[in-house]
Design a protein around this ligand. Structure first.
Ligand code: MG
Length: 246
């Protein structure tokens, strides 16, 4: 049995990955612990979130490089955390997100390593994050994703059994396969313009992930193509669609 199939048995058997948590319907902040909890409560197969490193090496959940007017890479966690999220939550750390994820076994954690100011810094972040995940025993929960190919490759070296998908479309599926990358995770427009890539990736046994799919028509398209994971801002809608087809 493939690793990917084993994981499908361990976690919820649907294709739904909540993009930055399930935040939209309940008006929660994206990448908040509360939005991750909501994705878990819904029973999504995964919840995605973005990770940056602060100046003092704390990994935090946030999408942009700038938090509350401060460049994350140049400020300490204590300084950044002076500003709470709009729901009153303390700026979430990766440790906190991993601990929340490990309380349950429905929802995997799609951990996006955001690029730092240099490739070298991004690779160092990837190394530290992998070591943290291993130390905390969180490996089965984590599916790593990144736009930085050097970081992706380093993760696979450090943790060969980990699930790792590349977010950029600039490397062939054959090359990804020979570098032992687990899967592709591309923008939905790219797949729509390159439909043959879907079959080829499936032929190569790469995991197929797509983002960010919000329209009902696109959801149908990717469900019909048997994607492993579909990342969406509308997890409730995608879950209800998939329940109808299972
Ligand atoms: Mg992301």
């Amino acid at each position: 049995m493939h690793t990917r199939d084993i994981y499908k048995k361990l976690f919820s058997n649907n294709a739904v990955v909540a993009h930055r948590g399930a935040w939209k319907i309940k008006g929660l902040p994206q990448n908040s612990i509360e939005s991750l909890r909501e994705a878990m409560r819904l029973g999504c197969a995964g919840t995605e979130f973005d990770v940056h490193a602060t100046a003092d090496g704390v990994f935090i959940l946030y999408h942009d490089n700038i938090y509350a007017g401060k460049n994350i890479e140049n400020h300490t966690y204590a300084k950044l955390a002076e500003t709470k999220l709009p729901n009153g939550e303390v700026l979430p750390t990766l440790d906190k997100a991993l601990m929340e994820g490990m309380k349950q076994t429905d929802t995997r954690l799609f951990l996006e390593i955001k690029p730092s100011s240099t490739v070298e810094k991004t690779v160092i972040c990837a190394e530290k994050i992998v070591n943290k995940v291993i130390e905390m025993g969180a490996q089965p929960w984590v599916f790593y994703i990144s736009f930085e190919y050097e970081a992706i490759k380093r993760i696979k070296q450090l943790a060969p059994s980990s699930m790792v998908a590349y977010l950029n479309e600039n490397i062939s599926s054959e090359q990804l396969k020979s570098d032992r990358i687990t899967g592709v995770d591309y923008n939905y427009n790219f797949f729509k313009e390159n439909i043959s890539l879907i079959k080829n990736a499936q032929y190569l046994d790469l995991s197929l992930n797509v983002w960010t799919v919000n329209s009902p028509e696109d959801m149908d398209l990717f469900l019909n193509h048997n994607f492993d994971y579909i990342t969406t801002d509308e997890p409730e809608l995608l879950l209800s669609k998939q329940k109808m087809t299972i």
